[in-house]
Design a protein around this ligand. Structure first.
Ligand code: C2O
Ligand code: CU
Length: 558
C-alpha cells in the first residue's frame, strides 16, 4: 500500500533542523520559513533550470512564532447533537495534530480535526457562534446548505472577513436531508487544507427516506503535503500550486491514516462521504463488499444503483450503502490511473485508506432484503417532469472554462504544450510537481468566460428571479494551456446534471458541485430557489485563489 505516500528524492534546501540537544526533543514539525523543494516522485526527471525557481510569495506555515509545546494537541472529532434553536460555539485555533508517528502544526475547530460532526434534523435552524483564533482572517461557509444569504460566509459578498480575535454568529437553517460540510471561505488553500472542515449530518423528516442499515459511518477524505521537514509551506501573499492545485502525499480519512471499523458478518453500513481535499479527486472502492449509491450532495437519486466505485471530486458528497458478506478484512481503497506526463504513460496507483474488519458473528437485525432492494427516490415526480422537459431547450447561460498565464517561464510553456497532447479528461495526480508548485495566482489566471457577453469571472454577475429553472451549459476547453477537470460549485441553490457531452442523465439527483471533465460540455439545470448574492466557483482551492469564481444574484419578487 501507500504508493502515494512513498515520497522520495527530496532536496532539503538549507533548512537543517537542530538536533542533538540534551533536553527532550520536541518532535512537532513546525516546518521552516524558507522554501524547500517539493516532494517529487523518484521517477521524475528534474528539468534543467527548475531547481532555482520559487513561487513569487514568501513561504507560510502557522504557529512559527509559538513554541509548539504551548500548542494544544488536537482531539478526535466529537458528535454534537443539536435540535432546532440550539447553539454551538465553534472556535478555530492552532493545534498540534498527529498523523501516524508525525506531529504537524495545523488548525482545528474546537481543537478537532475534522471539526465537530453536527447532527441535526431536517428543517432545524441552529446558531453557531464562531470565534476566529488562527491569526488570519476567516469565515465559515456552510457548503450545500440552502440557508439565508447573510450567513453564507463569503467575505466581501455576504459578510466582512472575521478578523483574528473576532467572531460572527451564523444562523444555519437546514431545509434538506443528507450530509453537508463547513469550511472557511478565506484562503481555503491554507485554512481548509490545514484542518478547518467539518460535517453536518441532517436526518430526514421522512423516516422512510433511506433503507434500513446496521450502522452509519461519516468519512471525510483529505490529503496533506509533507516532506521530511514537515508540512510543505503555503504561499503567504499568493497561493502556490495554481495550475493543478495542491495534491497531498498523505491520504487521510477523518484526519488520520488509521481509520477502521468493526462490523458483524452481513452488516449493512451507510457511508456518508465528503471530499475536503484542495484538488484531489478520489476513486473509492471496497473490494469484498457490495455497494449501492443512494444519494448525491443534496438528495437521493431517482433510483439507487449498484456501483463498483465512487468518484468524488473536491467538495462533493455521496451516500453509499455497503454490505459486508464475508468475515475478514475489507480495505477502503483509492485507485487511480496516474499519468506520467514525461513519458506519456498511464499506470495504476492504489492506496489503502482504511479498513473494515468483518467478524464471524451474524449481524442483527438482518437487513439483507432491504439492502438487495433498489429503492426509488429523487426529486418528486412533478418536479422531475419539469426538469426533464428542459432537456431539449437551448441553454439560458453558458460558461467556457479556460486558463491564461502571465510570465510563466518559457521552459514551462514548452512542456505544457507537449503535455496537452495526452489530454486526459481527469487529472488524478500531480506529475508536474515543480511546475505546479511555482505557478501562483500571480502567473496563472483560471477563467470563467461568458461567451454571450465576453465577460470573465467576477465581472459576469448574472441575475435571476426566484423560481427560475436556469439551464447553464459549461464547456471545459480542451484547447487551453492546461486542460483539466473542474469541480464547479454553486452556492445557495441546488441543481441536477441534465446531460454530459450530449448524453442525457437518466438518474437525476440534486447536487451543489459537479465535475466538468477536460474537453466536456455539461448542462446543469439550476433551481433558483434562494434569494441573495451567491458565488459560483471551481472548488479547487488554488483555482479560487487564481480567479475562477463569479457571482450571481437571485432576486425575490416583492
Ligand atoms: Cu465549499 Cu464556495 O464553497
Ligand atoms: Cu478548477
Amino acid at each position: 500500500m501507500a504508493v502515494l505516500a512513498s515520497v522520495a528524492a527530496v532536496t532539503p534546501a538549507g533548512t537543517a533542523r537542530e538536533t542533538g540537544s540534551a533536553q527532550v526533543e520536541d518532535t512537532t514539525e513546525t516546518g521552516g520559513s524558507e522554501w524547500r523543494m517539493p516532494p517529487v516522485p523518484m521517477t521524475m526527471p528534474m528539468l534543467p533550470g527548475m531547481r532555482a525557481l520559487r513561487p513569487p510569495a514568501r513561504p507560510f506555515l502557522p504557529g512559527a512564532e509559538i513554541a509548539s509545546e504551548e500548542l494544544p494537541a488536537s482531539v478526535p472529532r466529537k458528535v454534537i447533537p443539536l435540535s432546532d434553536g440550539d447553539t454551538l460555539r465553534l472556535e478555530s485555533t492552532i493545534v498540534r495534530h498527529r498523523v501516524e508517528d508525525r506531529t504537524f502544526v495545523m488548525y482545528g475547530y474546537n481543537r478537532q480535526i475534522p471539526g465537530p460532526l453536527i447532527r441535526t434534523e431536517q428543517g432545524a435552524t441552529i446558531l453557531v457562534q464562531f470565534r476566529n483564533e488562527i491569526g488570519l482572517p476567516s469565515t465559515v461557509h456552510w457548503h450545500g446548505v440552502r440557508l439565508d444569504n447573510r450567513f453564507d460566509g463569503v467575505p466581501d459578498v455576504t459578510q466582512e472577513p472575521v478578523e483574528p480575535g473576532e467572531g460572527f454568529e451564523y444562523r444555519v437553517h437546514l431545509p434538506d436531508a443528507g450530509v453537508y460540510w463547513y469550511h472557511p471561505h478565506v484562503r481555503s488553500d491554507i485554512q481548509q487544507d490545514l484542518g478547518l472542515y467539518g460535517n453536518l449530518l441532517v436526518t430526514p423528516r421522512d423516516s422512510g427516506y433511506y433503507g434500513p442499515v446496521n450502522r452509519e459511518e461519516v468519512l471525510v477524505l483529505d490529503d496533506l503535503l509533507a516532506g521530511p521537514e514537515g508540512l510543505f509551506p503555503y504561499g503567504r501573499e499568493a497561493g502556490t500550486h495554481a495550475l493543478m492545485g495542491r495534491f497531498g502525499n498523505l491520504l487521510l480519512v477523518n484526519g488520520g491514516r488509521d481509520w477502521e471499523a468493526e462490523v458483524d458478518r452481513g452488516a449493512v453500513v451507510r457511508f456518508f462521504l465528503t471530499n475536503v481535499s484542495n484538488t484531489r479527486t478520489f476513486n473509492l472502492s471496497l473490494p469484498g463488499a457490495r455497494m449501492k449509491v443512494v444519494a448525491a450532495d443534496i438528495g437521493r437519486f431517482e433510483r439507487e444503483a449498484w456501483v463498483d466505485n465512487i468518484i468524488l471530486g473536491p467538495a462533493q458528497r455521496y451516500t453509499v450503502d455497503a454490505r459486508f458478506p464475508e468475515p475478514g478484512t475489507v480495505p477502503l481503497v483509492h485507485r487511480i490511473q496516474a499519468i506520467d506526463h514525461f513519458r506519456g504513460e498511464f499506470y495504476p496507483e492504489v492506496d489503502t485508506l482504511g479498513r473494515v474488519r468483518v467478524g464471524e458473528k451474524a449481524a442483527r437485525p438482518d437487513h439483507t432484503a432491504g439492502f438487495d432492494t433498489l429503492r426509488a427516490g429523487g426529486p418528486p415526480d412533478t418536479l422531475r417532469q419539469r426538469l426533464r422537459a428542459r432537456s431539449d431547450d437551448p441553454p439560458d447561460r453558458e460558461l467556457t472554462l479556460t486558463l491564461r498565464q502571465r510570465g510563466l517561464p518559457q521552459s514551462f510553456l514548452g512542456i505544457m504544450a507537449m503535455d496537452t497532447l495526452y489530454r486526459p479528461p481527469m487529472e488524478w495526480n500531480d506529475m508536474m510537481p515543480m511546475m505546479n508548485w511555482v505557478s501562483s495566482s500571480r502567473t496563472v489566471e483560471w477563467i470563467f468566460r461568458d461567451p454571450d457577453t465576453g465577460r470573465e469571472n467576477m465581472d459576469i454577475h448574472w441575475r435571476f428571479q426566484r423560481g427560475d429553472l436556469i439551464k447553464i451549459r459549461i464547456h471545459n476547453s480542451a484547447g487551453s494551456l492546461h486542460p483539466m477537470q473542474h469541480p464547479i460549485h454553486l452556492h445557495g441553490q441546488r441543481f441536477v446534471v441534465l446531460e454530459q457531452d450530449g448524453v442525457s442523465n437518466d438518474n437525476l439527483a440534486w447536487r451543489d458541485t459537479a465535475i466538468i471533465p477536460a474537453g466536456s460540455t455539461v448542462d446543469l439545470l439550476v433551481e433558483m430557489s434562494n434569494p441573495g448574492d451567491w458565488l459560483l466557483h471551481c472548488h479547487i482551492s488554488e483555482h479560487i485563489e487564481a480567479g475562477m469564481k463569479t457571482r450571481f444574484t437571485v432576486e425575490a419578487p416583492e
